[in-house]
Design a protein around this ligand. Sequence first.
Ligand code: SAM
Length: 248
Amino acid sequence: MHHFFVEPGQIQGGQIRITGPDVGHIRNVLRMAPGEMVLISDGAGRDMLSRISRIGTDEILADVTGEEEGRELPAQISLYQGLPKGDKLELIIQKAVELGAVRIVPVATENAVVKLEPKREANKRRRWQAIAESAAMQSKRSLIPEVARVLSFKEALEDAAGSDVALFAYEHQKGMAGTREELARVAPGQRIALFIGPEGGFAPQEVLQAEAAGFRPVSLGKRILRTETAGLALLSILMLQLELEGER
Ligand code: SAM
């Protein structure tokens, strides 16, 4: 079933008004007709089965016929990703959205090679947000994860303050005991912050700052993972763990 997002204000009295680029897409590309069913999410966690009742030039009307069970993970995971080289962040955003992250925060860590000028950052951010939106639609998320503005490492630590579980993947962390302990603390209802270093890893003072802020270093095993692999590996583990706990 085709899936669209609307703002909560576009839903009134059991009727949904679809506007913007989705109108042309539904009418001209998908060639849908009144009577056909669509899945509509309000971007705030509500999924509605809806029947198209009218297809106009500027808007499409659909009637809500039922609510769908939410598809979000039972915890809110934010991925704080050290800015990687090239277009890697695009892949990371797409996969992080599929794996259930609610927020992706690019972080200008000391060893991040990429430095973005404000104008370039604004363009990039628009593109990153569009990637998050399309990944949210494809994976039938109930909300569109936010790609935040690029934060400095200090800002990122402040941003993540108050998380129930705050982890940073650290390739020099010895053994898996800490990882086992931290994974055992993960539970539904939590806010979880995951920090991943860029290609060059975290700088020594960043490791100290993170530890001082209460972040726990976790090893992802004995192999050195690329920055784009590390976050997705950790997210995958948490996703499955939370899905399994949600079924208990
Ligand atoms: N420059 C580092 C080196 O050569 O030793 C490698 C950095 S790694 C490519 C990029 C990031 O991925 C790291 O900062 C860390 O967050 C994460 N990472 C990669 N492998 C990891 C592992 N085995 N355990 C924990 N984190 C890992």
